[in-house]
Design a protein around this ligand. Structure first.
Ligand SMILES: [Zn+2]
Length: 107
């Protein structure tokens, strides 16, 4: 469940999709309820990267075994919506920009 860090209103799946596909230079999203700028938390960025990596791994898993093309298609059909669902479900917002997830690895 995703809530605005400023007003506490719950963001719907539609709000998340609409705001994440909007382009902005500072990577901010505008809360549809209070109009305040919201940013993704660094924890969420790490999580979504991990989900994307794991789902791509699962998607290409049948390539390492001799299986029929139907198995490949089934893995692709299952892994892409699962990744989308997990990425949208684990959405976390903050009012202050926390920097990119790789910032703490560099320092
Ligand atoms: Zn808000």
């Amino acid at each position: 469940m995703t809530r605005c860090a400023h007003c506490g209103n719950r963001w719907t799946i539609g709000d998340k999709l609409r705001e994440s596909f909007k382009f902005s230079f500072d990577r901010s999203m505008t809360c549809p309820y209070c109009g305040e700028k919201q940013y993704l938390t660094r924890r969420y960025m790490k999580k979504s990267m991990l989900i994307t990596f794991l789902m791509s791994l699962i998607m290409f898993l049948p390539s390492f075994f001799s299986v029929t093309w139907q198995v490949h298609v089934a893995f692709i059909i299952i892994s892409i919506p699962t990744a989308f669902f997990l990425i949208l479900y684990t959405f976390e917002l903050t009012s202050a920009y926390e920097g990119d997830f790789w910032d703490d690895q560099i320092r």
